[in-house]
Every structure is written in structure tokens, then in C-alpha cells.
Write a protein that binds this ligand. Structure first.
Ligand code: AMP
Ligand code: MG
Length: 371
């Protein structure tokens, strides 16, 4: 299959391109498109054959449900059993935006789209190209991130092409995305709302709107709670770079020293070492490839660069990676969640003496101590 790449601009929608892409979706084909979070791999959400194609193109396990994207509030009713009051409040406040809600599904949504579950994940993205495409496709696009399963989500169209060239009909290239991490997922199907995946919309923001406590799935920041995460996708080793990634936490100067020592040891053993630092620290590292994830004071910059950096280390054949830890609150929680998963929860603490924690201890204590 030849994959067409069309450059689009969300400030000036080219209806001819959008219509062509919409027709591909209506006919059961696949189109990757930009959203404000990451690039999505879209298919008609109400067509079971399209959903099967999405799993095949990504190499994604079929028990890992897809998020259904809508463009108008009117489109929500038909795909859910009912719209709870909490969903109305959150939609009014955060849609269009980087928030996905889990609701009870209606008959209309095929089980292929929901990975066999009787619930459906729904989001209205805040991106004009995505919204125009959803409308052109008939109202419902199922779209997981447009990466091969297990790779970091694509934040630019060139990464989508790397993974999906020849596997899908079309890629809409809208440039680099705004946020760079996937949407927050909140489950509204049980009495108490629960965050299944942290994102740009934080627990505090949800609580402010709902005026009730919002729980956090315990599996989000812990290595192994012995419990299955409630979002099936969170159990897979996502966002994994080829190199072995270790997060080093602790006081800043000690982290720099510890990472430099480890990098030197590893390079002597013949490893190619990459380091993820920040604008404040990058110049102080000695390794084969040092990358700055942006400004520590501005979490938005770190979120935006993280997946690009992980992919670039792969391209450079880096075999060992060390990363600084990031603040574990607010939006930082989403960054640490993705970084911890990429690292397979390998965290070391730089202290007076350099302690290497074993897996067993880490299961019970992955709290990140910050400078
Ligand atoms: P992605 O689209 O690649 O960001 O992945 C979608 C995420 O949403 C995965 O982690 C899924 O497990 C999760 N998800 C989708 N639908 C549901 C659902 N009905 N219940 C719980 N989690 C869901
Ligand atoms: Mg994904």
C-alpha cells in the first residue's frame, strides 16, 4: 500500500484534503492525523473491520481498547448508555481538550473498538484538523496513538511515517503537536471518578470542576502493585526505547555526579550512553549523546520533547540511557508516569553513597525525592 502524506494547517483547513481523508475513513481505510496531544491512527469507530485494521497496523494486542474521538457534544449520546452528570460537567469545562472519559457504551459501538469491554473511551480533541476530519468521516473516529505498539507515541508526522509507511492510506502532516503526551483518562463508570492515565488535565483540575475527590489508579506510579491497571493499555511496556533507561533521582548536583560516574563506567564497557538532562544541567554531562528535555521550571517543554528524545536515542543506537527525575505532582505526574514506564520502573537514588535499589524494594517505594 502506498501511504499518501498531505501537509495540513489547522489555521487554514483545506477541505479538499479533509474530504479525501474523510472518504478513506468512511470506506474503512486508515488515516493518521494530528491532535493537540499526539498523532492518532484513525479508523471508523463504528466499523469493526476498521478497528481490526488499526490493531494490525500497530501490532497492538486486541484487548487494548481504542479511544473514540468526537467533534460535537451531540455525537456523545448515541454511543453511550447514558451521560452521567459528571461527564457533562467535565465536557463543559475541558472539551475540546486532552481529556478522555470512560463511559458505559451503547450497542452502536462494536466490541472490536472497545477491546471486548462494555465501556467506551471518548474524547473531543482540541485541534481544528482533527475536528474537521472527524466530521468529514461521519462523526466517530477510533484512534490510538499512531506508533507501532511499544514505541513512544509520535509527536511529529515524520515519526508516524517511520512506523506506518506502507501500512495505512494517508498521513495528515500538521507539524509538531502542542502537548506531546497522551490525554488524561478518567473512568466515570463507577461511583467514584478515577484517573487511569495521568495527563495534562490533572487530578486537581478534575476535582476543582467536580467538587468531589478523584482517585488515582494505584498502578500509575508504582512498579508492581500486584493489581492489573484499569486501563488495559497501561499494563503493556509502552514508550520503551531500545536502550536500557534508568531514572536517577536526588539532589541536583549529586544526580549529575552519579550520572557522569555511571556513564563513564558504561562507556568503558563499550556501551553507547545517552543522558536526558534539562536546559539547566545538560552542559554538565559527559556522555555519547546528551539531550535537554527543556526547562525544568516549565513542565510543558519537557512533555513536548520527551518522546522525540527517546526516538532519537533509538536512531543513534544508544544502548544505555540515564534520565534526571522530574517533579511528581501536577502535570509532572504524567511526565514521570511515561518516563517510569519507559524505564521499566528502574529508579536509582543519588545520595551520599550511591545506592542501587533492588526491584523488590522499588516495588514499595518509588517516591521520587527531588532537589
Ligand atoms: P492510546 O490511544 O494509544 O493512547 O491508548 C488508549 C488507552 O486508553 C489505552 O491505555 C487503553 O487501555 C485505554 N482505554 C481505552 N478504552 C478504555 C476503556 N473502555 N476502559 C479503560 N481503559 C480504556
Ligand atoms: Mg498509545
Amino acid at each position: 500500500m502506498k501511504t499518501e502524506v498531505a501537509v495540513v494547517d489547522e489555521t487554514e483547513i483545506d477541505m479538499e484534503i479533509i474530504k479525501r481523508a474523510g472518504d478513506i475513513l468512511k470506506e474503512g481505510g486508515l488515516v493518521a492525523f494530528p491532535t493537540e496531544t499526539v498523532y492518532g491512527l484513525g479508523g471508523d469507530a463504528l466499523n469493526r473491520e476498521s478497528s481490526k485494521k488499526i490493531y494490525a497496523a500497530k501490532g497492538r494486542p486486541s484487548d487494548n481498547p481504542l479511544i473514540v474521538h468526537i467533534a460535537d457534544m451531540d455525537m456523545l449520546g448515541p454511543i453511550v448508555e447514558m451521560i452521567p452528570e459528571m461527564a457533562e460537567k467535565l465536557a463543559a469545562r475541558y472539551w475540546p481538550g486532552p481529556l478522555t472519559m470512560i463511559l458505559k457504551k451503547s450497542e452502536k459501538v462494536p466490541l472490536e473498538t472497545t477491546g471486548g469491554l462494555d465501556t467506551v473511551a471518548v474524547r473531543m480533541p482540541k485541534h481544528n484538523t482533527a475536528l474537521a476530519l472527524i466530521r468529514a468521516a461521519g462523526g466517530y473516529i477510533a484512534a490510538p496513538s499512531a506508533n507501532t505498539s511499544g514505541k513512544p507515541s509520535p509527536t511529529q508526522a515524520r515519526f508516524v511515517k517511520e512506523d506506518m509507511d506502507g501500512r495505512i492510506e494517508m498521513i495528515l502532516d500538521g507539524g509538531a503537536v502542542g502537548i506531546g503526551l497522551e490525554s488524561t483518562i478518567v473512568d466515570l463508570t463507577e461511583g467514584k471518578p478515577m484517573i487511569l492515565r495521568p495527563g495534562y488535565i490533572t487530578k486537581e483540575m478534575l476535582e476543582e470542576t467536580l467538587k468531589i475527590p478523584v482517585a488515582l489508579d494505584r498502578t500509575i506510579l508504582q512498579a508492581d502493585t500486584g493489581k492489573a491497571p484499569k486501563a488495559p493499555g497501561m499494563k503493556y511496556r509502552h514508550y520503551a526505547p531500545k536502550g536500557t533507561l534508568t531514572i536517577v533521582a536526588g539532589e541536583e548536583q549529586k544526580v549529575i555526579q552519579a550520572i557522569n560516574e555511571r556513564a563513564e563506567q558504561m562507556r568503558k564497557k563499550g556501551e553507547k550512553v545517552g543522558v536526558i538532562g534539562t536546559a539547566e544541567t545538560a552542559a554538565l554531562y559527559r556522555a555519547d549523546s546528551v539531550k535537554s528535555a527543556g526547562n525544568r521550571q516549565k513542565e510543558e517543554t519537557v512533555a513536548k520533547e520527551l518522546y522525540r528524545i527517546l526516538r532519537e536515542f533509538d536512531d543513534e543506537d544508544v544502548t544505555v540511557i540515564y534520565s534526571e527525575a522530574f517533579e511528581n505532582t501536577g502535570f509532572g505526574q504524567a511526565i514521570m508516569n511515561r518516563l517510569l514506564k519507559a524505564a521499566g520502573h528502574r529508579v536509582e537514588y543519588a545520595g551520599e553513597t550511591f545506592i542501587q535499589r533492588n526491584e523488590d524494594e522499588m516495588q514499595h517505594d518509588i517516591r521520587i525525592k527531588m532537589p
